[in-house]
Write a protein that binds this ligand. Structure first.
Ligand code: AMP
Length: 495
């Protein structure tokens, strides 16, 4: 099938040509004909499948006739995040190059004044996050009764972010005669309810079963005997082994704090790296993403903020520094590579504690993932686990599942950086690794070990203990050298 077969206008076809797209992706081939017929569509598709163009192209086609009036947009696209909204605006810039349609972007973190001016001039296409859209509506700067086309994108993400009540409010403000194109990677009951309520006899198109990874992604697992520093070492080895084919890569961590530590470490080791996580402000996030897109940054250490929806074309590699807490996140993370039919590569580093997380992923994807250097043997895992527990107990940390947490929750949770474990294969500590480790050593997890009460009741810190002379390996007989003085005093024995 070609784009011509989809009965798109000449202008749209010219823009597709200029964008370099040759054949429609499956979601485009299925959704575009229904959209052009004026039908409501539910598209079940992940990002990376060409989903954005599957609504941008028919919208361009349908908006060719007519003009926008002040404060009365003709179409509305709802996106869960500012980044996604900005990306859709970019897609209109690329694919709408042959059209003279006006696009307004209403996202948080940007001044209301400029957005109001755009609305005042009239917008053919309004791309918005739900909160900011309702703010403008509340200020009386926006009328919704000319919206003929509504797109709800990443609906399951909207659900995760608590936007469903806002979406319901917005749908009720729009003319009932509008056409709705609705996209979601998964269809949980809340999303199904939303489509039942607000779509009219929709056509359902589905490009792959929810939560399945694309087949063109090579997936690998790499064993790391311990957390943090050892993991960073394993990651560098992995990255170096792939250096010939890496164009750019995203490295996912479970926690924002780890993203920052890993980013510092990579930079110190000479990798051209940036960081992206939810604690950075909007300006920093956009600047980092832009630099990554342009190739000024090769490696992006990121939290799951980058896993869903961000359109970063041609990511050649994904590295999972941590096994994600939820197996669905794995699918989203590796979906950043192998997009639009290209080949992708995704490798995940796994510590003994994260083995259960791997099994959960394999169960979800119904496939075994291959290990680099072979699957760790049970003995290897047990030995590592034993040395890990011994190390923890040496430091006075508690083993086991921990207070009030189920065993599963502990396995699923990301291993704590604070519970740094001496690696079996010790690397030479480098300056960068030393810093986060020192920071970690002040954490609550290690505090009990530092001021442990000693056998004589005194409190000796770990550092002071290290200054004491080393213990001899000879077994101590009786009280050893430390015989209390009163026992040494001569005593008078009655005759
Ligand atoms: P999306 O799923 O919308 O995030 O799209 C993923 C990537 O695929 C984006 O970089 C698009 O520019 C690209 N893309 C979309 N449709 C096509 C197509 N028909 N051929 C080649 N690339 C495409």
């Amino acid at each position: 099938m070609t784009f011509k077969d989809l009965k798109l206008s000449d202008k749209v076809l010219a823009a597709i040509d200029a964008a370099g797209y040759t054949i429609p992706t499956p979601i485009q081939a299925q959704a575009i004909p229904f959209a052009l017929e004026g039908r409501d569509v539910v598209g079940i598709a992940q990002t990376g499948t060409g989903k954005t163009a599957s609504f941008v192209l028919p919208l361009l086609n349908m908006l060719e006739q007519g003009r926008a009036r002040a404060r009365m947009p003709r179409s509305l696209i709802l996106e869960p995040t500012r980044e996604l909204a900005a990306q859709v605006a970019e897609a209109f810039e690329t694919l709408g190059s042959q059209h003279k349609l006006t696009v307004a972007l209403l996202i948080g973190g940007v001044s209301f004044d400029d957005q109001e001016k755009k609305l005042e001039r009239g917008a053919d296409i309004l791309i918005a996050t739900p909160g900011r859209l309702l703010d403008h509506f509340g200020r009386g700067k926006l009328l919704m009764n000319a919206v003929d086309y509504l797109v709800i994108d990443e609906a399951d993400r909207m659900l995760d972010m608590g936007f469903i009540p806002d979406i319901e409010r917005i749908c009720k403000l729009l003319p009932p005669s509008r056409q709705t194109l609705f996209f979601s990677a998964t269809m949980p009951p809340e999303i199904q309810k939303l489509t039942d309520q607000f779509l009219k006899n929709p056509e359902q198109v589905r490009v792959s079963a929810p939560a399945t990874a694309a087949k063109n992604i090579t997936q690998k697992l790499k064993f790391s005997p311990a957390d943090s520093k050892t993991k960073r070492h394993v990651l560098r080895e992995l990255m170096r082994s792939e250096v010939a084919t890496i164009q750019n890569a995203i490295i996912f961590c479970n926690r924002k704090r780890d993203v920052a530590v890993l980013h510092k470490s990579l930079v110190k080791h000479g990798f051209n790296a940036g960081a992206l996580h939810g604690d950075l402000d909007q300006r920093q996030r956009m600047a980092t993403l832009e630099a990554f897109r342009k190739g000024e940054i090769t490696y992006l250490a990121a939290s799951d903020v980058a896993a869903r929806g961000l359109d970063i074309p041609e990511v050649s590699h994904v590295f999972n520094f941590d096994v994600p807490i939820s197996p669905e996140d794995y699918v989203h993370r590796i979906g950043r590579t192998g997009r639009a039919g290209r080949d992708g590569y995704a490798a995940m580093i796994v510590t003994p504690k994260e083995m259960k997380g791997v099994r959960a992923i394999e169960n979800l994807c119904k496939a075994k993932i291959e290990w680099i250097d072979g699957e760790p043997s049970t003995e290897n895992l047990a030995a590592t686990d034993f040395s890990e527990r011994r190390e923890r107990s040496r430091r006075g940390e508690r083993g086991g599942a921990g207070r009030g947490r189920s065993k599963e929750a502990v396995v699923a949770a990301k291993p704590r950086e604070t519970a740094e474990v001496r690696p079996i294969r010790q690397e030479t500590p480098s300056a960068d690794d030393a810093r986060p480790m020192r920071a970690a050593s002040t954490s609550t997890a290690e505090r009990p070990a530092r001021n442990r009460r000693n056998g004589d009741g005194s409190s000796v810190s770990r550092y002071h203990r290290e200054l004491l002379p080393p213990a001899t390996s000879a077994p101590v007989v009786g009280l050893g050298d430390h015989v209390p003085a009163f026992l040494m005093r001569p005593v008078r024995v009655a005759s």
